[in-house]
Design a protein around this ligand. Structure first.
Ligand SMILES: Nc1ncnc2c1ncn2[C@@H]1O[C@H](COP(=O)(O)OP(=O)(O)OP(=O)(O)O)[C@@H](O)[C@H]1O
Ligand SMILES: [Mg+2]
Length: 249
């Protein structure tokens, strides 16, 4: 048992939750999309946030990261005793939330290394380049290459690596496996386990529910903007009825 795991256990015993999402309700204009979502995550846990297309997964991640759109109109989000629901997106980022969006947002015209360095401009600064390259040797090999010319899997790695270059506590991943070959999915999953073991808390949204459930400690399933399941990831993997009803797998 490593030390970060010990820390996780202690934290679970002394604090009810590290990230606590309570009855969040969010709108795009008049459209009521996130309809009262609640869940808790302990420090260092990986949570799979699942559900069919349009269930509200991306909207929930954007609400937690305080992107402004959708607009949070009710509920609370607490990260390590800090009220994220009262913060704008840049404050949420400074307090340790990082959202890796579906389109990865690699900055054109910059090399891999420049993309990483750009993330390290403003304090609080997170991982050093050495530490990032130790975790992602492929990025080290390609550090002089323009970021947007990387393969899909490498771009996903760069996008995660860039988040780690900031001092983050929670990593929000929106469909990190999208369009990637199974072998690359496995490689990224192993990396996410290492990141978890270093104490970072992760929410992973994925259409590839089986891969996400294998990685995750817990699962929350959304349906029309509400939580329909909150429990162990293993239980969802083993429950065919639940999978058929809410995940179509
Ligand atoms: N900018 C927007 N303006 C208005 N409605 C939106 C906007 N973005 C999303 N929606 C609507 O909100 C609902 C939830 O969308 P969301 O993108 O959160 O779902 P999702 O679970 O991430 O789906 P997918 O699996 O397809 O990515 C959908 O009905 C969608 O049409
Ligand atoms: Mg989505």
């Amino acid at each position: 048992m490593n030390s970060s795991f010990d820390k996780r256990q202690n934290n679970a015993a002394t604090h009810p939750a590290f990230l606590s999402v309570w009855d969040i309700q969010a709108y795009y204009g008049e459209s009521y999309i996130v309809q009262g979502v609640s869940f808790n995550i302990h420090e260092g846990e990986i949570l799979a946030l699942l559900g069919r297309n349009g269930a509200g997964k991306t909207s929930t991640l954007r609400t937690i990261a305080r992107m402004g759109d959708p607009q949070l109109k009710h509920g609370e989000i607490w990260l390590d005793h800090k009220p994220l629901h009262k913060m704008a997106s840049h404050e949420a980022a400074t307090n340790g939330i990082a959202l890796v969006p579906e389109d990865r947002r690699i900055i054109p015209g910059l090399t891999v290394e420049e993309n990483l360095q750009l993330a390290q401009i403003a304090p609080p600064i997170g991982w050093s380049l050495e530490r990032v390259y130790e975790l992602f040797p492929r990025l080290k090999e390609r550090r002089k290459q323009e970021g947007v010319t990387l393969s899909g899997g490498e771009q996903q790695m760069l996008s995660i690596a860039r988040a780690l270059c900031r001092d983050i506590k929670v990593l929000l991943l929106d469909e990190p496996y999208e369009g990637l070959a199974p072998v690359i999915v496995q490689e990224i999953a192993k990396t996410l386990e290492i990141i978890r073991d270093q104490g970072i808390t992760t929410i992973i949204v994925e259409q590839n529910a089986v891969a996400a459930l294998k990685l995750a400690d817990r699962a929350v399933i959304l349906d029309t903007g509400t939580v329909v399941y909150d429990g162990s990831a293993k239980e969802v993997l083993e429950d065919e009825k639940l999978r058929a009803e809410y995940l179509a797998i």
